[in-house]
Every structure is written in structure tokens, then in C-alpha cells.
Design a protein around this ligand. Structure first.
Ligand code: SAM
Length: 202
């Protein structure tokens, strides 16, 4: 998977033509609200795409937000909408190769980790997340569930169940809660997702 691939996807498809577009992330907002984070705590969306999640955080009053994505086309689309916001930082980078320079209270990833299908890149991701999330900070991760699709945008994905992800993350993160939801794409197909909230071990 390359930045060229994702730049083409974002360049060629409008938001309503992207399978992952989703306005209704109610269970995620409940999880975020329950964390009770102060509005000035730093939050990063990894694989942010066109950054609708961050837009929701801005509307809730959060003031220190970072969008990271492989695709500068995706982030440019988001920047156009959020240009007037001084709360946003933008990082164009492959998350597995990223060297974080600060720590975040919350790391959000919806539908990015599941594109990492080999164990070495999954381990790289986990190592970056461990370094980038402060002690007792949170990782809010959504991937396709075990009965979800096997591909997304024509790319193979790895599907995860709760036991599998908890075992994989266990060294650095404790599982606090999990939610399952069937996402309906803009054209009506169903995709089973799992969302997990982890706390970074001190
Ligand atoms: C299916 S989209 C999800 C976008 C967004 N999270 C959402 O829920 O709308 C996957 C996103 O992950 C980004 N991505 C894929 N692999 C990545 C990587 N290794 N590092 C950073 N971003 C990546 C893609 O550019 C794309 O924006």
C-alpha cells in the first residue's frame, strides 16, 4: 500500500463514493465522552482521511488535534474545510515509519490498522503507538470484525476479533471495552466493525 494508491483513491472518489464514509459513529462518541478528557489534551487521528472525526472533536471544544495520513490528497481535502482552525496539526506520513515528537492523550484509528497484514508492520504500528500515547492515555481502535469484509478499496485487510487484538496489544495496552457495529456504506452494503478502547500501560 502506497501514498500513490491512496492519493488516487481520494482524488478519484468523492466522499459519498468511499465505502468508509460514515456520519453516525454514536458508540465512538459515547466512548470519547466517557473518557472525560480536558479540552486541551492532545488527540491524534491516525489514518484520518478527510478527518470527519476531528471535525466532531472541534465541535466538542477540543483544541489540540492532529491528523496523520499517508495521503496528502486526503489531508488537503480536510484542510480546505478546516482551514480557519488554529487547533489542527497535519502530518503526512506512513504511521509505521513515523517518529513521534510528542505524546497524545488519545490515539484514534478507524480502518487504518487493518490494512497492515503482516506481523512486522503490525508490531511497528504498536511500537509507534506505545511511544506516541502518554502513560494511561488511550487507544481507540476500529477494524473490520472477523465476519467483516476481507478487502477494502481492493486491498487485502486483516480482520480482528477481541481475543486476538487483546492478545496482540497486551504487552503495552490493557483492554477497557469493546463494541461491535455494522457499518452501512453509502450504497447500502453492510460491514461488521469492532471498536476497542485500550489504556496504555504506565
Ligand atoms: C479506509 S480509510 C479510513 C479513513 C478514516 N479513518 C475514516 O474513518 O474515515 C483508511 C485511511 O488510512 C490511510 N492509511 C492507510 N495506510 C496508512 C499508513 N500506513 N499510515 C498512515 N495512513 C494510512 C489511508 O490514506 C486512508 O485515509
Amino acid at each position: 500500500m502506497t501514498d500513490t494508491f491512496w492519493n488516487e483513491v481520494y482524488g478519484e472518489k468523492s466522499e459519498s463514493e468511499r465505502s468508509w464514509s460514515d456520519e453516525a459513529l454514536d458508540e465512538v462518541w459515547i466512548m470519547v465522552d466517557e473518557l472525560g478528557l480536558a479540552h486541551d489534551e492532545p488527540i491524534i487521528d491516525v489514518g484520518a482521511g478527510s478527518a470527519r472525526f476531528l471535525e466532531g472533536l472541534l465541535a466538542r471544544g477540543f483544541t489540540d488535534l492532529t491528523a496523520l495520513d499517508l495521503s496528502d490528497v486526503a489531508l488537503a481535502e480536510a484542510r480546505k474545510r478546516l482551514a480557519s482552525s488554529t487547533s489542527m496539526s497535519w502530518i503526512v506520513r506512513d504511521v509505521t515509519l513515523w517518529e513521534p515528537t510528542r505524546q497524545y492523550a488519545l490515539w484514534r484509528d478507524r480502518a487504518t490498522f487493518h490494512f497492515l497484514t503482516n506481523e512486522s508492520s503490525q508490531r511497528q504500528y504498536r511500537n509507534v503507538a506505545r511511544r506516541a500515547i502518554r502513560s494511561n492515555g488511550f487507544l481507540l481502535l476500529s477494524t473490520f470484525a472477523l465476519d467483516g469484509p476481507t478487502t477494502c478499496s481492493g486491498l487485502e485487510v486483516q480482520r480482528w476479533g477481541t481475543d486476538e487484538i487483546a492478545a496482540f496489544m497486551h504487552e503495552d495496552f490493557s483492554l477497557l471495552s469493546s463494541e461491535r457495529r455494522v457499518h452501512v456504506t453509502p450504497w447500502g452494503s453492510e460491514q461488521a466493525f469492532n471498536t476497542w478502547l485500550f489504556e496504555r500501560r504506565a
